[in-house]
Design a protein around this ligand. Structure first.
Ligand code: HEM
Length: 129
């Protein structure tokens, strides 16, 4: 399930409570809903999982410039479960009207074949503060 997959694959960097490590690994707690609310944010989260992310970003006023590895080796259903976990844990919630991620929604993004640098470009278009 999503909690177990998160614990195995993500918590080493983003921490068990999703709080990250300031300046090193960005928080997911209190932050994933901001991404989901942005236009294109849902698609962006799938892209981060499939293709990774590399280069300078800012989250809640703190700068990061690391590399997030890609998780394309996980199954579509596993990625959907992880995304649903980080969207609904630690006080995070889906914005009004958004449904949970499905394996089909994840699978549909596999054809795009982006680089981690292109995912960073896509992030800029979200207008995250
Ligand atoms: C960024 C989730 C595993 C290191 C991100 C972001 C998300 C995320 C959603 C984007 C944040 C944003 O754009 O504001 C996850 C999930 C994981 C995972 C769900 C498990 C499948 C990891 C691991 C590491 C890591 C294992 C460390 C090896 C990072 C770093 C960034 C990041 C450094 C920022 C990259 C940059 O500065 O450009 N992660 N992550 N993540 N993640 Fe992960």
């Amino acid at each position: 399930d999503g909690a177990k997959l998160y614990s195995t694959n993500c918590s080493g960097c983003h921490q068990a409570g999703g709080q990250g490590i300031p300046g090193v690994f960005p928080p997911l707690a209190g932050h994933v809903p901001q991404i989901l609310e942005a236009k294109g944010g849902r698609e962006y989260l799938i892209h981060v999982m499939l293709y990774g992310l590399q280069g300078p970003i800012e989250v809640k006023g703190t700068k990061y410039s690391g590399a997030m590895p890609a998780w394309a080796q996980l199954k579509d259903g596993e990625i959907a479960a992880i995304l649903n976990h980080i969207s609904t844990s630690w006080g995070n919630k889906f914005p009004e009207g958004q449904k949970p991620f499905t394996p089909e929604e994840v699978g549909a993004k596999r054809a795009q074949k982006l680089t981690a640098a292109q995912v960073l470009e896509a992030r800029k278009a979200l207008g995250l503060k």
